[in-house]
Every structure is written in structure tokens, then in C-alpha cells.
Design a protein around this ligand. Structure first.
Ligand code: JD8
Length: 386
């Protein structure tokens, strides 16, 4: 695999020569080239950035050096250009496995406020382009992400890992978090290594490790345990800010039905603006379902109660033309499944006269709680977590 890096801070990528990739370079498994973007500037100051059109703080990386770099590096249909950016698709092990199948990766590392958008649009015309984010936090540039993605991809290349078994074993975690590991001494700081690991009984060890991995995942990442798709394989995805407009549209459609069922327009969800939806999308864990690109279902959850032991569920939405096919029930099961550790009960409210909703919630094990305060015209239903 050939890997090229375009950056205005080439020294930031020095680690490429140090850790893992070092050995792979020697073995010819990977061919790494780091390029200073200023190589493709022609003015005395080797200018790579300029002020943003439309105003605003900071600077933007100019398109010309990237265009010339792509030309010089022969970027073509056999190349995958990776733009590391906070607005990219989340980097996952699945994406790492996909990128590891490519012959050539070119990392375009941004800085300042980012790269002129025309660079991405241009690249899409000549090569495969992936805009990838390392995670929902802000870095100062794309180099760190390029390094992390490189390590995750290169270690998957056949012949790279000294002991392939560990890759095999690793891939058998079935999406669970890693189990705790121990080595000598058997006692340290007054703490003993679990006896089962010193039993020599591989079956017992494997069972203990599986249970530890499952328990740790349930505690720390219940979202990894939750079904990530409907029975027909339609994925249930974490909502992103860009979903706000479609969520608003679906919400309006669903709450018009609620208004008709409850003979009242005095329902907050019906009056929310796009900014209101954007605000709560940032606050609640929200999941959406799309069919052929159309957003057809959504649900949200967040912690509540003095110790966060209550999982507030809300905005269970199903496109009117798709209701009655179990999508609402599936969204409810999903939002329950992703409730974090420490949650002991679920709570939600719906229109007092929303008979159809009442039937679905009761069928799902919820019970009406007239003893609990509810918004005007609504009732609360709760369910203990098993
Ligand atoms: C590329 C410029 C900085 C970002 C203004 C701060 C990835 N997971 C991630 N977080 N941040 C990045 C990232 C940040 C970058 C660039 C990637 C280029 N910046 C900008 C927008 C707000 N400054 C990233 N992958």
C-alpha cells in the first residue's frame, strides 16, 4: 500500500517513521511519503492560506497547492483521498478494514479553519474521497487523525502484525470491549491475578474473558450491545446535526397526528423550530432510521432522576405512511437497549388521548403513572429496566 500525506507541518508526521509503520516500510509492505504543501507554492512567501470568503476569523488553506499536489502525485481513480475533518464520517474499525483494502491512500491534512471546499469537490471527480472524523472533539489540524487512521489501517495489512493470531483473536471480540488483562507477578499492590486465569483451563478462561468483555461493554458502551439494525437490516444510526431539518419535518408530521388525536394544538413538539430541534439533538442521545435515504423514524433518550437512574425516552417518531409495521416498537427497544449503566427505569409521556401510543407502550411493558406529574394534556408511563 502506498501512503502519501499532504501537510503544512510535515514534522507532525514524523511518528510515521518511528512506531509501527517503520517495520512495514522496511518490509516494503507500505510505501510512505510525507509532502510539505508549500512544495506546490510559487510566491516568495510560499503562501498556503488566505482569509475566508464571507468573512469570519482565521484562515483557509488555498486550493491551488492541493490541486497541483494531486496532479504531481498522480491522484486518480485507483487512489483514495482521505480528508481528515471534524465534519467527516466517524472513523471506525469497519472503516479501517475498508481502507486496508485500498492500494493507495492520500491523506490531505487541513489546518486553520480548514481546506477550501473546492479541493474536496475537485478530488471527488478524479478519485475516491472519504471525509473522516476521528471523533466528536476539536483538534487543531488533521495530522493527528491521519496518524491514528494510518496505524489502525496498516496493522490490518496481511503480513504486518508479527503474530497474526492476535489479529484473529482481536476480530473475535464480536464488537465487545476488551476483557481485563494481567501478567506477572501473580500478586501486586496486594492485588491477586484472578485465579481462573492461572487455572490452565482454557475453556474457563475463555468463558471468564467473554463475561468480562460483555459486562464491561454493558457498563461502558451499551450502544455497542444494542441491535444496530431493524430485523430487515435497515440500520439504526446515531443522529447527526445534519439530520435536524428532516427530524423537524418528521416531528411536525407526527405531532399533527397527536394534535388531532388529542384535539389540541397546545403540544410543545408541534411548535418547535429548527433551532429547537438542533438544540435538543445536541443534548439527547438520538437515533434515526432511513429508508432509501429518507428519514422515516427517530427516538431520543437521556438520563434523568437524582442519580441519573431514570432514562427519559421521547420523540418516538415514525413516518405516517409507515406506521403500524413495528418500527415504533423497534425504536423503543433500541433506545431502551442503549440506556447507560445505572439506569434502572424508563419514563416517557404521550398524549392522554393518544390511544394508539398507549397500546404500543403497554404492549412494551410500560404502565400508566397517574401518580406522576405530566405536561398538560399528557400522561406519564414508566417501565422498570430488567
Ligand atoms: C482537520 C483544521 C481545526 C476545525 C476550527 C479548530 C479530525 N476529530 C477531529 N477533530 N478535529 C479534527 C480536525 C480539525 C481541523 C482540521 C481535522 C483542519 N482543523 C479547525 C474546525 C473548527 N478549527 C478532527 N479528523
Amino acid at each position: 500500500m502506498r501512503l502519501d500525506y499532504l501537510t503544512i507541518f510535515p514534522d507532525y508526521l514524523a511518528p510515521l517513521g518511528l512506531s509501527l509503520p517503520g517495520k512495514a516500510v522496511e518490509s516494503g509492505l507500505i510505501d510512505v511519503h510525507v509532502h510539505d504543501l508549500r512544495e506546490w507554492t510559487h510566491d516568495r512567501h510560499r503562501t498556503v492560506d488566505d482569509t475566508p470568503y464571507g468573512g469570519g476569523a482565521g484562515m483557509v488553506l488555498k486550493p491551488e497547492p492541493f490541486g497541483e499536489a494531486f496532479e504531481a502525485l498522480g491522484v486518480d481513480e485507483h487512489t483514495t483521498v482521505v480528508f481528515t475533518t471534524p465534519s467527516g464520517e466517524p472513523f471506525t474499525q469497519r472503516l479501517a478494514e475498508e481502507l486496508a483494502t485500498r492500494q493507495r491512500l492520500v491523506f490531505a491534512c487541513g489546518r486553520y479553519e480548514g481546506i477550501d471546499q473546492r479541493v474536496i469537490d475537485h478530488a471527488r471527480e478524479v478519485a475516491e474521497v472519504r471525509e473522516v472524523s476521528l471523533g466528536d472533539y476539536v483538534l487543531n489540524g488533521g495530522e493527528v487523525a491521519a496518524l491514528a487512521i494510518t496505524e489502525a489501517v496498516v496493522r490490518l495489512l496481511p503480513g504486518f502484525m508479527g503474530n497474526a493470531e492476535s489479529l484473529v483473536e482481536e476480530s473475535h471480540t464480536g464488537g465487545l470491549l476488551e476483557y481485563p488483562v494481567y501478567t506477572k507477578p501473580p500478586v501486586w499492590d496486594g492485588r491477586e491475578v484472578p485465579m481462573v486465569l492461572r487455572s490452565g483451563d482454557h475453556g474457563l478462561v475463555a468463558a471468564w474473558r467473554q463475561e468480562q468483555a460483555r459486562r464491561r461493554t454493558a457498563e461502558r458502551r451499551p450502544d455497542l450491545l444494542a441491535p444496530s439494525a431493524l430485523d430487515d437490516g435497515t440500520p439504526i444510526e446515531r443522529a447527526v446535526p445534519a439530520d435536524a431539518a428532516e427530524v423537524l419535518t418528521l416531528q411536525r408530521a407526527c405531532w399533527v397526528q397527536e394534535a388531532l388525536a388529542n384535539d389540541s394544538l397546545d403540544i410543545p413538539a408541534l411548535h418547535e423550530s429548527l433551532d429547537d430541534v438542533r438544540a435538543w439533538l445536541a443534548e439527547w442521545d438520538t437515533y434515526v432510521v432511513r429508508r432509501s435515504g429518507r428519514l422515516v423514524g427517530a427516538v431520543r433518550g437521556r438520563r434523568d432522576g437524582p442519580e441519573g437512574q431514570v432514562w427519559d425516552i421521547g420523540r418516538v417518531m415514525v413516518a405516517p405512511d409507515l406506521q403500524g409495521a413495528g418500527l415504533g416498537r423497534a425504536l423503543l427497544e433500541h433506545i431502551e437497549a442503549v440506556a447507560p449503566a445505572g439506569v434502572t427505569s424508563y419514563a416517557l409521556f404521550t398524549g392522554a388521548a393518544s390511544a394508539r401510543n398507549h397500546r404500543m407502550y403497554k404492549k412494551a411493558g410500560y404502565r400508566l403513572r397517574r401518580d406522576l406529574p405530566a405536561p398538560p394534556g399528557a400522561v406519564v408511563l414508566t417501565k422498570r429496566r430488567r
